[in-house]
Write a protein that binds this ligand. Structure first.
Ligand code: MG
Ligand code: MG
Length: 255
């Protein structure tokens, strides 16, 4: 079921989205060589707590997961694609980090992710991250009344493929509202003109995931959560929570 949100509800979702944006900005600010993923999780926890927000990640346990998620961020480094568990690992010069964060405020969820490098960046990583952001922007551009889910999926996938990157099979975005994951699914590849027609009040998390090596398959770590590239190449992830409005797409997790 897809729940359409009123303008007032979208305004309330914007408040949750702003907390996510603040948490991601604070994490990015804190990330440098020597800082651990647990340190970054603590930074995000503080932002959520000070905003009076809860974490939809903490304790989350979908069917595939052997244990509830232990952090408020997913921290996926280098060949980790998404769902990395924040642990004692310390960032090193040249790492590529993807941080995914959610917040629940006033009964509404926000969900966003950003990828960045720490220390001296590899040019190839910067290109991968730029492409993830371009794919996200292309998807957001399609989030308009009358367009279809397939238009978003096609726009996202085309940018990733044109740059030669892989797109992990079966993972993508989702509707979002009172819960973090709602209908409809928003694939990262698809055919234009197909799928559900977008209407004002739909709120979607759009989230391209890119594999530098160009393959689409992935491995799951022994922790049951972390998705990793099979070829050891690096991955990037970008995400925003976006409302479909009569005036066009509105990014609820913008800074
Ligand atoms: Mg997310
Ligand atoms: Mg998401």
């Amino acid at each position: 079921m897809v729940e359409l949100k009123t303008e007032h509800e979208i305004e309330e979702m914007r408040a949750a989205g702003r907390v996510v944006a603040d948490a991601l900005a604070a994490v990015r600010e804190a990330a440098r060589p020597g800082v651990s993923l647990l340190d970054l999780d603590a930074v995000a926890r503080r932002v959520l707590r000070e905003a009076g927000a809860d974490s939809p990640f903490l304790g989350y346990r979908p069917q595939f997961a052997p244990v509830p998620f232990p952090g408020v961020i997913c921290a996926s480094v280098n060949d980790a694609i998404v769902h990395g568990i924040p642990d004692g690992r310390r960032l090193r010069d040249g790492d590529l980090v993807s941080i995914d964060c959610g917040a629940k405020l006033g009964g509404w969820a926000g969900d966003a992710a950003v990828s960045f490098t720490v220390g001296r960046p590899r040019p190839a990583d910067l290109r991968l991250i730029e492409t993830a952001e371009a794919a996200l922007a292309a998807g957001i551009e399609q989030a308009r009344p009358g367009r279809r889910i397939g238009d978003i999926a096609h726009a996202v996938g085309r940018v990733c493929r044109a740059a030669g990157y892989g797109v992990p099979d079966g993972f993508g975005g989702h509707g979002i509202g009172r819960s973090m994951h709602e209908d409809p699914g928003v694939p990262n590849e698809g055919r234009p003109g197909r799928g559900m027609t977008l209407r004002p009040g739909m709120v979607l998390a759009i989230e391209p995931m890119l594999i530098a090596g160009g393959g689409d398959d992935y491995l799951t770590d022994g922790d049951g959560w972390t998705l990793r590239t099979t070829d050891g190449s690096r991955a990037a992830h970008a995400e925003h929570t976006v409302a479909v409005t009569a005036d066009g797409p509105r990014i609820l997790t913008a800074r």
